[in-house]
Design a protein around this ligand. Structure first.
Ligand SMILES: C=C1C[C@]23C[C@@]1(O)CC[C@H]2[C@@]12CCC[C@@](C)(C(=O)O1)[C@H]2[C@@H]3C(=O)O
Ligand SMILES: O=C(O)CCC(=O)C(=O)O
Ligand SMILES: [Fe+2]
Length: 353
């Protein structure tokens, strides 16, 4: 069987890591015991289940004939795909990646000035870290709305460049996410009238989102380290840019862990738990994780897209009948994020009817 942390954690104890003792991962020549995952996992990079290359479909958004049907097929079979010709300019993506690199290259003491507090925005380990006995080989920065408050702490003289690029990036990602949502939903026969919270024009104006910037420094012992442990996103969908270094893997029932190599100009889209609920399981959320390497520092930017925080999400009535009863009870995004923080791998199944 493929190595999944979810398989080995029957119970989900919450580990209180001492994050006051931040380690500067960029300066370590050996893997400290606090970051050595070998006892929890099979070898990460040389697992026989890792095919080493991606079969994740590459979808061309500019192909109006075949694009939508390929996209929908990818959602049903993989829960993820790579998207090309998506309309987001290379220049904007490059600027956002440059801002991400600039942020993580700050000295650790400086980054800690913008440390994330309980579940909010700012610099720190992944929110799911407390479910694991070992620490991950990564650092993150979470942005919800404007990063102004934190950017001011990081660059007192020069925060506007970071704020401007994140604002523009989030604006463009929001439009793209809405577009992808409608391709997926229309294929299931869903129209604008079926989703009240999509707003009068169906533009998902009030949708919620977070922008998660991630850094995975080079690692002295990558086979025993974990960049980001396996998880599903608590979103409708997530749109990811990865720098030119592989590391992301998606879990596919028949193949195990499959590496998603960076494809020039492509964004990786993956289905989250809320779209799984909304579509009554037609589009399943996908388990994914990140491995690390000893050659190149890897960066990623994940746009985590969800419904308005207080909208009740439940299986769409058009997708439900006698043969297909609703599989999940209604839940709001806020409520679900709270559940994920306590139940983690069991959050989705706890909503099963
Ligand atoms: C909107 C959100 C999804 C997220 C929790 C958050 O409030 C902001 C950070 C997101 C993230 C990114 C990395 C993986 C993840 C599981 C985590 O620990 O923080 C996701 C959360 C999620 O999707 O549940
Ligand atoms: O870094 C990556 O490739 C994946 C990041 C991710 O899964 C996330 O931020 O939710
Ligand atoms: Fe993720």
């Amino acid at each position: 069987m493929p190595s999944r942390v979810s398989d080995s954690l029957a119970l989900h104890p919450v580990f209180q890591h001492n994050h006051n003792q931040y380690l500067d991962l960029n300066s370590l020549e050996e893997l400290p015991d606090s970051h050595a995952w070998s006892s929890e996992l099979d070898k990460l990079s040389s697992s026989p289940d890792d095919h080493g290359e991606s079969n994740l479909p590459v979808i061309d958004l500019s192909d109006s004939i075949n694009g939508p049907k390929h996209l929908v097929h990818a959602c049903k079979t993989w829960g993820a795909f790579q998207l090309i010709n998506h309309g987001i300019s290379n220049q904007l993506i490059d600027s956002m990646e440059a801002a991400t690199r600039k942020l993580f290259s700050l000295p650790i003491e400086q980054k800690l000035k913008a440390e994330r507090q309980e579940g909010g925005c700012g610099y720190g380990p992944f929110r799911i870290s407390s479910f694991f006995p070992k620490r991950m080989w990564s650092e993150g920065f979470t942005i919800v709305g404007s990063p102004l408050q934190h950017a001011r702490l990081l660059w007192p003289e020069d925060y506007s460049v970071f704020c401007d690029v994140t604002e523009e990036y989030q604006k463009e990602m929001k439009k793209l996410a809405g577009k992808i949502m409608w391709i997926m939903l229309e294929a299931l026969g869903i129209t604008k009238e079926d989703i009240i919270w999509a707003g009068p024009n169906g533009e998902f104006e009030a949708s919620g989102a977070a922008l998660q910037l991630n850094s995975y420094p080079v690692c002295p012992d990558p086979d025993r380290a974990m960049g980001l442990a396996d998880h599903t996103d608590s979103t409708l969908l997530s749109i990811l840019h990865q720098s030119n270094q592989s590391g992301l893997q998606v879990f596919q029932e028949e193949m195990g862990w499959v590496t998603v190599p960076p494809v020039e100009g492509a964004l990786v889209v993956n289905i989250g738990d809320l779209l799984h609920i909304l579509t009554n399981g037609s589009y399943p959320s996908v388990l994914h994780r990140v491995t690390v390497n000893r050659e190149r520092h890897r960066y990623s930017m994940a746009y985590l897209y969800g419904p308005p925080h207080s909208a009740e999400i439940s299986p769409l009535s058009k997708l439900v009948d006698h043969q297909h009863p609703p599989l999940y009870r209604p839940v709001t995004w806020s409520e679900y994020l709270g559940m994920k923080a306590i139940l983690f791998y069991n959050a989705l199944s706890s909503l099963r009817l």
